[in-house]
Design a protein around this ligand. Sequence first.
Ligand code: FES
Length: 183
Amino acid sequence: MFTEDELEHLREHLSHYPERRAGAIYCLYAVQDKIGYIDDKGIMMVTELTGLSKTQLEELITFFTLLRRRPVGRNVLRICDSISCHVMGSRQVLEAAEAHTGVALGEISRTGSVTILPSICLGLCNHAPAALLNDEDEVSRLTPESVQKLLDELDQQPFQQSATGSQVIATSGHSMLTEGRDH
Ligand code: FES
């Protein structure tokens, strides 16, 4: 899964954390970034790196909603269903999205283009009902119609091969790329 250089980077990064669980989150994100989710092999690798048990890692993944144990589509759309968004119609938005993809929330759409997940408050309450696309693009004031249009657009995006390297590792403060250039 990781090259020896990447593993060395993870070990070095872990050495900065007095609390192993905090460092484990970084490693779990690196696994997810690499293959799209955290598989059993990734869990085993992080147990070896951190000394934490599989159960402790499962607890972390359960607590942090941005970490996932199952494969997802090429895009992940998190639609908020907390109170402000709920009042502004997020339930109807979620139902329209589910009907449009033809699969239940959390499943990969038939085209493979998206996985829709309900989310706790995204901090975008003044744009309710709100969503977050791929953990970075804000989507404001959704309606059943606008979410269907967005899903159509995602369907039409050309397939992009996922990056083979971990962006988490590559963009971290002590980037291996930077270190490589220094030597
Ligand atoms: S309640 Fe939906 S973003 Fe805050």
